[in-house]
Structures are given as structure tokens and as C-alpha cells.
Design a protein around this ligand. Structure first.
Ligand SMILES: NC(=O)c1ccc[n+]([C@@H]2O[C@H](COP(=O)([O-])OP(=O)(O)OC[C@H]3O[C@@H](n4cnc5c(N)ncnc54)[C@H](OP(=O)(O)O)[C@@H]3O)[C@@H](O)[C@H]2O)c1
Length: 301
């Protein structure tokens, strides 16, 4: 029984395609069956005409009566027709193509889903680690930078006590391009403002106005000025270091291995609060009068 298109109007496209394909297959098989029946009858008639009636009995093809050749060629055509119906059209017909396409699409879909899941997982991991980093490492790293003797001496009579050229070079390299926050006395101990850095000077004096420096009246105000700097440096002196120890995240300390007489001292470093994360020893030489060590401390969370 064949469906009419009208009867199929309620069925969705996919079902219509399936039904149409089934109808086509039935038609193909019916045609093959008719071909076979025709071939049987034709073969009998040809045999009858040639052998029984004796029409052109004299014609032989490869020593066989002529009707045999016709039947052989026709049989080959019938075989080809059968092959087409059961092999070519079955496996390479529209339905077969559709099935293959469906199967491949489904496989691709599975792969895409897998990749999507892997990407989601990776994105989640990245987000988690970013979140953890933000939790662990604050966006800004307020860094104290100082050179202190074994007895924590920093300076005397508003001056440094030693001259260590490699320490000064390191100071310059680390602080260049950043805010350098200092007490008024430290600022005055220098010949002029430090170049290539924003000099922020803390004082209680309201009318203090030296050249080359931004003047503030508290450490908080200094940090507010430096809020867009990811690593502002607190460069001294003793009073400011003491106040900054609570809010700093890192200390870059040069430990000079000697005791000195001094009037300004670095506050003691509480090892339950500060963890040593880097250490590099340097030894006395022609241009350095003392052994010294670069030590980096990070505040424990
Ligand atoms: N070895 C090193 O690494 C190193 C580094 C830096 C300095 N130093 C040495 O340290 C010595 C200077 O240190 P210091 O402790 O005497 O002085 P300082 O810390 O450099 O400056 C102290 C001044 O800062 C101002 N100040 C401090 N706290 C304040 C606050 N909460 N609010 C407003 N203003 C505030 C005050 O200025 P006003 O009096 O104007 O109000 C105060 O007199 C020098 O000998 C210097 O050479 C050594």
C-alpha cells in the first residue's frame, strides 16, 4: 500500500523521508521482479522460436544457438539490475547516506561534548587558581627595602653608615619606575629626589614643600598616592619602617654582616610573621668593605 502525500501531512519531515524511501525501495524491487518474470518468459519464447519452431537454426554464436547468447547477455543485465537494487541502492542510496551522516554527526557531537567538558574544566581550574592567587597574593605588593647591620643599625646622624655599591645598584634596579615612600629625615639625607621614581615624603609639617617630592602627612596618605603602583617601596628610615611593618607584604633586606654604632635601627623581624623566600650571599672585596646578604621575606598568610 502506498501512502499519498496528503495522508502524510501530519507526519514530520523525517518520517515522510523514511516512508518515501520505503516506497521507493518497494518500487525498485517490484521492477526487478517484473524484469525477472519478463526474462523467464522471453527466454522460454526465444528457446521455443529457435529450437522448437526452428527459426534461423543455422546461426551459431561460439558454437551455441543464437538464443543462448541473447539469454546470457540478458542474464548479465538481470544480474547487474539485481546488484543495483540489493547492493548499490541499498547501501549508497539516500537513506544510507542519511544514516551515515547521522552516525558521523553523532560521533562528532560526542567528541565536541568531550572537548567542551575538558575546556570547561580547564576554564574552571584557571578561574579557581586566579581566585586562589587573588586570595593569597594581594594585587599590590607593598615592599620594604632596607639595608640593616647585624645589630639592625640603619644610619647615624641622618646618614648611611656604609657604602656597598652592589646594594645601591640593586636598590636602583628594584625601585626604578615605582613610588618610593620615605620619612622626611631620609629625604633630607639624600642630595636630591631619586630620579625615575615618584618620591613620596611623609612629614607632619604642613608647609613643607621641597623640590621633586609629593608631600603627604601619613603613611596611609602615601599609600593612597601609590595605589595604582603594583609594588610601591617603603625606603625608610627607622620611624617609617616601624610603622610600615604591619601593612607591608614583602621585605627586601640587605643584611650587612657587622655591628655598627648607630642612632637609627631597623625593627626586629618576627619570624612567625615573615618567611624567608630568597637569600643570596655576597662577600667583602675591593669595592665592598663588608660581607652582606640579600634576603627576601614574604609575610605569612
Ligand atoms: N639603611 C637603610 O636602608 C636606610 C634607609 C633609609 C634611611 N636610613 C637612615 O635612617 C635615618 C633616618 O631615619 P629616621 O627614623 O630618623 O627618620 P625617617 O623615618 O626617615 O623620618 C622621620 C620623619 O618622618 C615624619 N613622620 C614619621 N612618621 C610620621 C607620621 N606618622 N605622620 C607624619 N609624619 C611622620 C616626621 O617628619 P617631620 O619631623 O617633618 O614631621 C619624622 O620626623 C637616616 O640616618 C638615614 O640615613 C637608612
Amino acid at each position: 500500500m502506498f501512502f499519498k502525500k496528503k495522508q502524510l501531512s501530519q507526519i514530520d519531515d523525517e518520517q515522510i523521508a523514511l516512508v518515501e524511501n520505503a516506497q521507493q525501495r518497494i518500487r525498485q524491487k517490484k521492477r526487478l521482479y517484473n524484469h525477472f518474470v519478463f526474462w523467464v518468459f522471453a527466454s522460454i519464447i526465444l528457446w521455443f522460436v529457435n529450437v522448437v519452431v526452428g527459426v534461423r537454426e543455422d546461426i551459431l554464436i561460439l558454437d551455441y544457438p543464437w538464443f543462448v547468447s541473447i539469454i546470457v547477455v540478458w542474464s548479465l543485465l538481470l544480474l547487474f539490475h539485481t546488484f543495483q537494487v540489493f547492493i548499490t541502492k541499498r547501501f549508497m542510496g539516500k537513506e544510507w547516506e542519511k544514516e551515515q551522516l547521522k552516525r558521523l554527526t553523532a560521533l562528532q557531537q560526542v567528541k565536541i561534548e568531550k572537548i567542551k567538558r575538558a575546556l570547561d574544566k580547564e576554564a574552571q581550574l584557571i578561574a579557581d587558581s586566579q581566585f586562589q592567587n587573588e586570595q593569597i597574593q594581594p594585587k599590590q605588593c607593598i615592599t620594604i627595602i632596607a639595608a640593616a647591620a647585624t645589630n639592625n643599625a640603619l644610619g647615624k646622624d641622618n646618614n648611611l653608615i656604609w657604602h656597598l655599591s652592589n646594594d645601591l645598584k640593586r636598590f636602583k634596579r628594584l625601585t626604578k619606575g615605582h613610588h618610593v615612600i620615605m620619612g622626611r629625615k631620609t629625604f633630607e639625607s639624600m642630595p636630591k629626589a631619586l630620579p625615575s621614581r615618584v618620591n613620596v615624603v611623609i612629614t607632619r609639617q604642613k608647609d613643607y614643600q621641597p623640590e621633586g617630592a609629593v608631600i603627604v602627612h601619613s603613611l596611609d596618605e602615601a599609600l593612597e598616592i601609590a595605589k595604582d603602583d603594583e609594588q610601591p617601596f617603603i625606603i625608610g628610615g627607622g620611624e617609617i619602617y616601624t610603622q610600615a611593618l604591619n601593612i607591608a607584604h614583602r621585605i627586601e633586606l640587605t643584611r650587612v654582616h657587622a655591628d655598627f654604632e648607630a642612632d637609627t635601627f631597623f625593627p626586629s623581624i618576627d619570624e612567625s610573621v615573615w618567611k624567608e623566600t630568597f637569600k643570596e650571599d655576597h662577600f667583602k672585596d675591593a669595592s665592598h668593605d663588608y660581607d652582606f646578604t640579600f634576603i627576601q621575606y614574604e609575610k605569612n598568610n
